[in-house]
Design a protein around this ligand. Structure first.
Ligand code: MRU
Length: 314
């Protein structure tokens, strides 16, 4: 079964609750639009391409429930990742054709993601081997595997392709504060794949790059502006700065649809700011003022290449 899918016991969206991993494997059955919106906002499902799949199935659910206006609420549940609104709007375009057509479109969104991921990760693995022949020590942030993207993943998928080719020495997985997608999800996926890894705190990433422990940095993207500026998980920018300083390739691996031609530069990207308790909780604080952006924007000139299913954009 896919991590995000349509339930035969429906109408419902079924998904693996990413909040519970790695300690519990809990499947959620979402039967209302409100439950889908809540699952997206609370990161039960997360990662840009998986949000597109969940959004598409959520819109199909809205249609099946006779609540087409609900689909629009799903599209805007989180602001930064492009695929969420694209997945929802593809299904909205079929609403007049009825619930079966809407569900067929959602299934197409999910199926296409797997094809896109296979192409983009193959190309990205090729590029890493071109830039750094021989065994590779890769560093990554957040989670960009099957959980985040559907089958094949994006940046983590490319890293696992290198592992399949016998070309991966080690992955340094940044823990990704405050919600620990790296520590909880990337480590879970690396372990399942039998790939060699070590977990590090986010601030060890730039130090590892500067110390010569990293041959390539691979990350995903939530939104790429027309000029190449890239929004991704908070902490990406410091890794890009360090990689540029040390001459280490810094690759963004993402579906082509993540490139948003209507957003001219990174300054135009809406960066989601999340709740204070996500940050306070780590230190056991209750009322400290907090700055908690979910993403940052890496300027295009720090990126070696954006790799999609269609192109290597250097
Ligand atoms: O807040 P999240 O966990 O949804 O953030 C996810 C990321 O930043 C990923 O790196 C991004 O979506 C790119 S690939 C899944």
């Amino acid at each position: 079964m896919e991590f995000v899918d349509w339930s035969d016991d429906g109408p419902a969206v079924v998904l693996l609750d990413q909040r519970a991993l790695p300690h519990a494997t809990t499947w959620l059955t979402l039967r209302t639009v409100d439950e889908v919106v809540d699952a997206i906002r609370t990161l039960a499902v997360r990662g840009a391409p998986s949000l597109g799949i969940a959004g598409a199935y959520g819109a199909a659910l809205a249609c099946a429930l006779g609540d087409p206006a609900g689909a629009e609420r799903i599209a805007t549940a989180r602001p930064t990742a492009v695929p969420l609104a694209i997945g929802v709007r593809r299904v909205i375009a079929r609403l007049d054709d009825g619930p079966a057509a809407a569900l067929a479109e959602a299934r197409a969104v999910a199926a296409e993601a797997a094809v896109v991921n296979a192409r983009a990760t193959e190309r990205a693995a090729d590029l890493v081997q071109e830039l750094r022949p021989g065994p590779v020590r890769a560093l990554t942030l957040c989670n960009t595997g099957d959980l985040a993207c559907g089958p094949g993943g994006s940046a983590l998928g490319a890293i696992l392709r290198l592992h399949d080719r016998g070309a991966l020495t080690e992955v340094l997985a940044c823990e990704t504060r405050p919600l620990l997608q790296g520590a909880r999800l990337t480590v879970w996926e690396l372990a399942r794949a039998g790939a060699p890894y070590r977990l590090c705190v986010d601030s060890a990433g730039p130090a590892a790059i500067a110390s010569g422990l990293v041959d390539a940095v691979l990350v995903g993207a939530d939104r790429i502006a027309a000029n190449g500026d890239t929004a991704n998980k908070i902490g990406t920018y410091m890794l890009a700065c360090a990689a540029a300083r040390s001459g280490v390739p810094f690759l963004v691996v993402a579906p082509e649809e993540t490139i948003d031609s209507t957003t001219p530069t990174g300054a135009d990207i809406v960066v989601e700011e999340r709740g204070a308790d996500e940050v306070r909780g780590l230190a056991g604080l209750t009322d400290t003022p907090v700055y908690n952006p979910a993403f940052d924007v890496t300027p295009f000139d720090l990126i070696t290449a954006v790799v999609t299913e269609k192109q290597v954009w250097r």
